[in-house]
Ligand binder design. Sequence first.
Ligand code: KIV
Length: 273
Amino acid sequence: MSTNTTDKPRKVTTRRLTEMKQRGEKISMLTAYDYSSAKILDQAGIDVILVGDSASNVMAGNVTTLPITLDQMIYHGQSVTKGVNRALVVVDLPFGSYQGNSKEALASAIRIMKESDAEAVKMEGGAEIRESVERILSAGIPVMGHLGLTPQSINKFGTYNVRAREEAEAQKLIEDAKLLEEIGCFAIVLEKIPAELAKRVSEELTIPTIGIGAGGGTDGQVLVMHDMLGINQGFSPRFLRRYADLAGVMTDAVSRYIEDVKSGDFPNEKESY
Ligand code: KIV
Protein backbone atom coordinates (compact mmCIF):
# COMPACT_ATOMS: atom_id res chain seq x y z
CA MET A 1 0.00 0.00 0.00
CA SER A 2 1.28 3.45 -0.80
CA THR A 3 2.38 5.48 2.20
CA ASN A 4 2.22 8.67 0.22
CA THR A 5 -0.29 10.76 2.16
CA THR A 6 0.49 14.06 0.50
CA ASP A 7 -2.55 15.90 -0.82
CA LYS A 8 -0.47 18.18 -3.04
CA PRO A 9 -2.25 18.76 -6.36
CA ARG A 10 -0.69 17.16 -9.42
CA LYS A 11 1.63 19.70 -11.03
CA VAL A 12 0.80 20.91 -14.52
CA THR A 13 3.76 20.29 -16.82
CA THR A 14 4.37 21.02 -20.50
CA ARG A 15 3.79 17.32 -21.14
CA ARG A 16 0.45 17.40 -19.34
CA LEU A 17 -0.68 20.22 -21.63
CA THR A 18 -0.03 18.01 -24.66
CA GLU A 19 -1.99 15.20 -22.99
CA MET A 20 -4.85 17.63 -22.37
CA LYS A 21 -4.92 18.48 -26.07
CA GLN A 22 -4.87 14.79 -26.98
CA ARG A 23 -7.94 14.07 -24.87
CA GLY A 24 -9.72 17.26 -25.91
CA GLU A 25 -9.55 18.94 -22.51
CA LYS A 26 -9.33 22.73 -22.90
CA ILE A 27 -6.43 24.55 -21.23
CA SER A 28 -7.13 27.57 -19.00
CA MET A 29 -4.50 30.29 -18.76
CA LEU A 30 -4.49 33.73 -17.10
CA THR A 31 -1.85 36.32 -16.42
CA ALA A 32 -0.58 37.19 -12.94
CA TYR A 33 2.26 39.39 -11.79
CA ASP A 34 2.23 39.11 -8.00
CA TYR A 35 2.20 36.53 -5.20
CA SER A 36 -1.33 37.12 -3.84
CA SER A 37 -3.10 37.02 -7.22
CA ALA A 38 -1.07 34.01 -8.38
CA LYS A 39 -2.05 32.13 -5.22
CA ILE A 40 -5.75 32.82 -5.82
CA LEU A 41 -5.55 31.71 -9.49
CA ASP A 42 -3.61 28.58 -8.57
CA GLN A 43 -6.01 27.59 -5.80
CA ALA A 44 -8.94 28.16 -8.16
CA GLY A 45 -7.38 25.54 -10.46
CA ILE A 46 -5.97 27.52 -13.38
CA ASP A 47 -3.73 25.34 -15.59
CA VAL A 48 -1.16 27.91 -16.71
CA ILE A 49 -0.14 31.27 -15.23
CA LEU A 50 1.53 33.65 -17.63
CA VAL A 51 3.74 36.32 -16.14
CA GLY A 52 3.03 38.41 -19.21
CA ASP A 53 4.84 41.51 -20.33
CA SER A 54 1.33 43.02 -20.19
CA ALA A 55 2.60 43.87 -16.68
CA SER A 56 4.09 46.84 -18.50
CA ASN A 57 0.53 48.06 -19.18
CA VAL A 58 -1.54 46.96 -16.20
CA MET A 59 1.07 47.11 -13.44
CA ALA A 60 3.37 49.92 -14.58
CA GLY A 61 0.87 52.04 -16.55
CA ASN A 62 2.88 52.09 -19.80
CA VAL A 63 1.06 52.44 -23.12
CA THR A 64 2.91 49.48 -24.69
CA THR A 65 4.71 46.36 -23.51
CA LEU A 66 8.05 47.65 -24.81
CA PRO A 67 9.44 49.46 -21.74
CA ILE A 68 9.36 46.54 -19.28
CA THR A 69 12.84 45.21 -18.50
CA LEU A 70 14.25 41.73 -17.92
CA ASP A 71 14.91 42.61 -14.26
CA GLN A 72 11.28 43.69 -13.84
CA MET A 73 9.98 40.49 -15.48
CA ILE A 74 12.19 38.45 -13.15
CA TYR A 75 10.82 40.35 -10.14
CA HIS A 76 7.22 39.59 -11.23
CA GLY A 77 8.16 35.97 -11.96
CA GLN A 78 9.70 35.51 -8.50
CA SER A 79 6.56 36.92 -6.86
CA VAL A 80 4.26 34.63 -8.85
CA THR A 81 6.15 31.35 -8.43
CA LYS A 82 6.13 31.76 -4.65
CA GLY A 83 2.32 31.61 -4.70
CA VAL A 84 1.93 28.63 -7.04
CA ASN A 85 1.80 24.89 -6.33
CA ARG A 86 -0.05 23.40 -9.28
CA ALA A 87 -0.11 25.67 -12.34
CA LEU A 88 2.63 25.78 -14.95
CA VAL A 89 4.32 29.20 -14.70
CA VAL A 90 5.49 30.80 -17.96
CA VAL A 91 7.37 34.12 -18.04
CA ASP A 92 7.48 36.42 -21.08
CA LEU A 93 10.90 37.30 -22.44
CA PRO A 94 10.56 41.09 -22.70
CA PHE A 95 11.20 43.22 -25.76
CA GLY A 96 14.92 43.63 -26.41
CA SER A 97 16.00 40.61 -24.39
CA TYR A 98 16.03 38.08 -27.25
CA GLN A 99 15.68 39.76 -30.65
CA GLY A 100 19.33 40.86 -30.91
CA ASN A 101 21.14 37.54 -31.10
CA SER A 102 20.67 34.00 -29.87
CA LYS A 103 23.46 34.18 -27.29
CA GLU A 104 21.79 37.15 -25.62
CA ALA A 105 18.42 35.39 -25.90
CA LEU A 106 19.78 32.32 -24.10
CA ALA A 107 21.36 34.48 -21.39
CA SER A 108 17.99 36.22 -20.83
CA ALA A 109 16.08 32.92 -20.68
CA ILE A 110 18.62 31.43 -18.27
CA ARG A 111 18.27 34.44 -15.96
CA ILE A 112 14.49 34.00 -15.93
CA MET A 113 14.70 30.28 -15.15
CA LYS A 114 17.43 30.65 -12.48
CA GLU A 115 16.17 33.76 -10.75
CA SER A 116 12.37 33.44 -10.97
CA ASP A 117 11.95 29.66 -10.64
CA ALA A 118 9.52 29.69 -13.61
CA GLU A 119 9.11 26.60 -15.77
CA ALA A 120 9.08 28.07 -19.27
CA VAL A 121 9.48 31.26 -21.26
CA LYS A 122 7.28 32.80 -23.96
CA MET A 123 8.62 34.57 -27.04
CA GLU A 124 6.88 36.54 -29.79
CA GLY A 125 7.56 35.71 -33.43
CA GLY A 126 8.20 32.92 -35.93
CA ALA A 127 10.98 32.29 -38.45
CA GLU A 128 12.71 35.57 -37.61
CA ILE A 129 13.53 34.39 -34.06
CA ARG A 130 14.18 30.75 -34.97
CA GLU A 131 17.85 30.78 -33.97
CA SER A 132 17.09 32.24 -30.53
CA VAL A 133 14.26 29.77 -29.90
CA GLU A 134 16.46 26.83 -30.91
CA ARG A 135 19.33 27.94 -28.70
CA ILE A 136 17.04 28.36 -25.68
CA LEU A 137 15.41 24.97 -26.31
CA SER A 138 18.85 23.34 -26.63
CA ALA A 139 19.57 24.47 -23.05
CA GLY A 140 16.53 22.52 -21.87
CA ILE A 141 14.29 25.54 -21.40
CA PRO A 142 10.70 25.02 -22.62
CA VAL A 143 9.48 27.73 -25.00
CA MET A 144 5.89 28.83 -25.65
CA GLY A 145 5.54 30.63 -28.99
CA HIS A 146 3.31 33.65 -29.67
CA LEU A 147 1.96 34.47 -33.14
CA GLY A 148 -0.66 36.75 -34.69
CA LEU A 149 -0.88 40.08 -32.91
CA THR A 150 2.48 40.30 -31.19
CA PRO A 151 2.36 43.48 -29.05
CA GLN A 152 6.15 43.85 -28.90
CA SER A 153 5.96 44.66 -32.66
CA ILE A 154 3.21 47.27 -32.29
CA ASN A 155 5.39 49.96 -33.82
CA LYS A 156 5.77 47.85 -36.96
CA PHE A 157 2.03 46.99 -37.16
CA GLY A 158 0.88 50.50 -36.18
CA THR A 159 -2.45 49.12 -34.89
CA TYR A 160 -3.89 46.52 -32.50
CA ASN A 161 -6.37 45.35 -35.17
CA VAL A 162 -6.96 41.68 -36.01
CA ARG A 163 -3.93 40.12 -37.77
CA ALA A 164 -3.66 37.62 -40.62
CA ARG A 165 -6.92 38.48 -42.39
CA GLU A 166 -5.01 38.55 -45.68
CA GLU A 167 -3.99 35.28 -47.34
CA ALA A 168 -0.24 36.02 -47.36
CA GLU A 169 -0.10 36.82 -43.64
CA ALA A 170 -2.32 33.82 -42.82
CA GLN A 171 0.00 31.57 -44.82
CA LYS A 172 3.07 32.92 -43.01
CA LEU A 173 1.36 32.36 -39.66
CA ILE A 174 0.61 28.73 -40.55
CA GLU A 175 4.23 28.20 -41.63
CA ASP A 176 5.55 29.88 -38.47
CA ALA A 177 3.29 27.74 -36.26
CA LYS A 178 4.52 24.56 -37.96
CA LEU A 179 8.13 25.72 -37.64
CA LEU A 180 7.74 26.45 -33.91
CA GLU A 181 6.24 22.99 -33.41
CA GLU A 182 8.99 21.34 -35.48
CA ILE A 183 11.84 22.98 -33.55
CA GLY A 184 10.32 21.99 -30.21
CA CYS A 185 8.03 24.66 -28.72
CA PHE A 186 5.53 23.07 -26.33
CA ALA A 187 2.60 25.43 -27.08
CA ILE A 188 1.74 28.55 -29.06
CA VAL A 189 -0.35 31.58 -28.12
CA LEU A 190 -2.47 32.80 -31.05
CA GLU A 191 -3.50 36.40 -30.50
CA LYS A 192 -6.26 38.27 -32.31
CA ILE A 193 -6.54 36.34 -35.55
CA PRO A 194 -9.65 35.08 -37.39
CA ALA A 195 -11.32 32.16 -35.59
CA GLU A 196 -11.26 29.99 -38.70
CA LEU A 197 -7.49 30.39 -39.11
CA ALA A 198 -6.86 29.66 -35.42
CA LYS A 199 -8.99 26.52 -35.66
CA ARG A 200 -7.10 25.35 -38.73
CA VAL A 201 -3.71 25.91 -37.07
CA SER A 202 -4.90 24.12 -33.92
CA GLU A 203 -6.06 21.13 -35.96
CA GLU A 204 -2.82 20.93 -37.93
CA LEU A 205 -0.54 21.03 -34.86
CA THR A 206 0.04 18.36 -32.25
CA ILE A 207 1.16 20.91 -29.64
CA PRO A 208 -1.58 22.95 -27.94
CA THR A 209 -2.62 26.42 -29.08
CA ILE A 210 -3.85 28.97 -26.56
CA GLY A 211 -6.04 31.69 -28.02
CA ILE A 212 -6.79 35.28 -27.08
CA GLY A 213 -9.25 36.88 -29.46
CA ALA A 214 -8.83 33.83 -31.71
CA GLY A 215 -12.24 32.16 -31.31
CA GLY A 216 -13.24 28.87 -29.73
CA GLY A 217 -11.29 26.48 -31.96
CA THR A 218 -7.98 26.70 -30.07
CA ASP A 219 -6.89 24.17 -27.43
CA GLY A 220 -7.06 26.72 -24.63
CA GLN A 221 -7.80 30.33 -23.80
CA VAL A 222 -5.83 33.11 -22.12
CA LEU A 223 -6.94 36.51 -20.83
CA VAL A 224 -5.19 39.25 -18.94
CA MET A 225 -6.40 38.89 -15.34
CA HIS A 226 -6.85 42.64 -14.80
CA ASP A 227 -9.11 42.80 -17.88
CA MET A 228 -11.32 39.79 -17.09
CA LEU A 229 -11.74 40.83 -13.44
CA GLY A 230 -12.70 44.37 -14.45
CA ILE A 231 -9.78 45.98 -12.62
CA ASN A 232 -8.60 47.54 -15.87
CA GLN A 233 -11.68 49.40 -17.10
CA GLY A 234 -10.13 51.17 -20.06
CA PHE A 235 -9.85 48.14 -22.34
CA SER A 236 -12.96 46.59 -23.89
CA PRO A 237 -12.16 44.63 -27.04
CA ARG A 238 -14.83 42.34 -28.44
CA PHE A 239 -12.99 39.19 -27.33
CA LEU A 240 -12.92 40.19 -23.66
CA ARG A 241 -15.49 38.62 -21.33
CA ARG A 242 -15.60 40.38 -17.96
CA TYR A 243 -16.22 38.03 -15.05
CA ALA A 244 -16.27 40.67 -12.32
CA ASP A 245 -16.31 44.39 -11.71
CA LEU A 246 -13.44 44.56 -9.23
CA ALA A 247 -12.84 48.24 -9.96
CA GLY A 248 -16.42 48.83 -8.78
CA VAL A 249 -16.01 46.59 -5.73
CA MET A 250 -12.72 48.29 -4.79
CA THR A 251 -14.05 51.81 -5.33
CA ASP A 252 -17.04 51.05 -3.10
CA ALA A 253 -14.86 49.53 -0.35
CA VAL A 254 -12.35 52.39 -0.44
CA SER A 255 -15.18 55.00 -0.39
CA ARG A 256 -16.74 53.37 2.68
CA TYR A 257 -13.33 53.21 4.39
CA ILE A 258 -12.75 56.93 3.71
CA GLU A 259 -16.21 57.72 5.11
CA ASP A 260 -15.54 55.66 8.26
CA VAL A 261 -12.14 57.29 8.84
CA LYS A 262 -13.53 60.79 8.34
CA SER A 263 -16.51 60.17 10.63
CA GLY A 264 -14.36 58.55 13.32
CA ASP A 265 -16.33 55.30 13.05
CA PHE A 266 -13.11 53.40 12.22
CA PRO A 267 -11.47 52.04 14.29
CA ASN A 268 -14.05 51.17 16.97
CA GLU A 269 -13.33 49.73 20.41
CA LYS A 270 -13.18 46.12 19.19
CA GLU A 271 -10.65 47.14 16.56
CA SER A 272 -8.40 48.81 19.14
CA TYR A 273 -5.93 47.42 21.72
O1 KIV B 1 1.66 39.63 -21.99
C1 KIV B 1 0.58 39.04 -22.05
O2 KIV B 1 -0.31 39.20 -21.20
C2 KIV B 1 0.35 38.15 -23.17
C3 KIV B 1 -1.02 37.59 -23.34
C4 KIV B 1 -1.92 38.61 -23.90
C5 KIV B 1 -1.01 36.35 -24.13
O3 KIV B 1 1.23 37.90 -23.92
